[in-house]
Design a protein around this ligand. Structure first.
Ligand SMILES: Nc1ncnc2c1ncn2[C@@H]1O[C@H](COP(=O)(O)OP(=O)(O)OP(=O)(O)O)[C@@H](O)[C@H]1O
Ligand SMILES: [Mg+2]
Length: 284
């Protein structure tokens, strides 16, 4: 049985005497090893912290090579199915757990100076650098709700990825991307009560935006990582619908709308994989 992946990966389900497993394959060699290492690291630190282990789990990695990772299968719901089936109390529980998770990451990340060279080596002059001090230490890297499964009272975290700066602010930015753009809903192909799901999303958005000041991180930094993470997705976007969605969000962000037009699109164009259509970069 094949599971549905979102980007360039292929996921297969395998069953054996020792349980059920997922085999995830990607062509981009090397990426899987760093993904597996990060997943094992988080599995370890979450399961050894009773407070975190109450609300979260991470699939155990049982095998890994350059382009393939084998991990335990979890029978959980996608965020879309979860929102459709859940009560307000269950949504509150998700928000509470995500809040605790980010707070926990921030506690584990000492305040350190942003390395402008690191930003420059990632984006060149495409994105203006930012200076200052932020928590730097750990982050999931792609904390959208599509990289989670929802089982009873636990959230299963999937699809860890290295980030150019390992800061929990990156995870806040990804959560904002999810709720502001109803991200996972755009990739959901099953039948669902869209009205109910959108009401659920609006509730999650209200609650997540309400908790932002409680992280003790200046909004300027959250906005910066929000903006950079939207830009980083653009080269890999496959449809005009998603392209327009992201461009619309960037243009609404008045802090960056002007500066990004100058250089950022050419940076995106240079990053586009060979097989991707270029039409999307001519739209604006
Ligand atoms: N261990 C697992 N147990 C159950 N389902 C899983 C597991 N790992 C992945 N899945 C299912 O497969 C989907 C895609 O997984 P994942 O997010 O890792 O891949 P992807 O987004 O396609 O990967 P990438 O962005 O790295 O190319 C998940 O949303 C989930 O439904
Ligand atoms: Mg994913």
């Amino acid at each position: 049985m094949q599971l549905k992946g979102h980007s360039h990966s292929r996921l297969d389900f395998a069953s054996g005497p020792n349980g059920n497993f997922v085999i995830k394959r990607i062509q981009d060699t090397g990426k899987m090893v760093s993904q597996a290492k990060k997943q094992m690291y988080f599995k370890n630190i979450i399961s050894s912290d009773p407070r975190m282990a109450l609300g979260f789990d991470v699939p155990e990695v049982v095998g890994c090579c350059d382009h393939c990772i084998t991990m335990r299968y979890y029978n959980g719901l996608s965020i879309i199915d979860f929102i459709e089936q859940s009560s307000k109390k269950q949504l509150d529980n998700i928000v509470h757990n995500l809040f605790e998770f980010i707070k926990w990451e921030i506690q584990k990340s000492p305040i350190a100076k942003i390395d402008e060279v690191q930003i420059y080596s990632k984006f060149g002059s495409a994105i203006p650098p930012i200076d200052g001090y932020i928590p730097i230490g750990i982050c999931h890297g792609d904390l959208t709700l599509s990289n989670m499964l929802f089982c009873d009272k636990k959230i299963i975290l999937l699809d860890f990825i290295d980030c150019f700066i390992e800061t929990p602010i990156q995870d806040i930015a990804k959560l904002l991307q999810e709720v502001n753009l109803m991200w996972s809903l755009h990739f959901f192909s099953g039948h669902v009560d869209t009205t109910k799901v959108k009401i659920g999303y609006n509730y999650l958005k209200k609650e997540i935006v309400r908790m932002l000041p409680m992280f003790g991180v200046e909004l300027e930094y959250i906005n910066y990582f929000y903006f950079t993470s939207l830009v980083r997705i653009l080269p890999y976007v496959k449809t005009k619908e998603i392209y327009d969605l992201i461009i619309g969000e960037i243009n609404d962000n008045s802090d960056f709308a002007d500066s990004w037009r100058v250089n950022t699109l050419s940076w995106c164009k240079a990053k586009v994989p060979n097989d991707a259509p270029l039409w999307k970069f001519n739209a604006n």
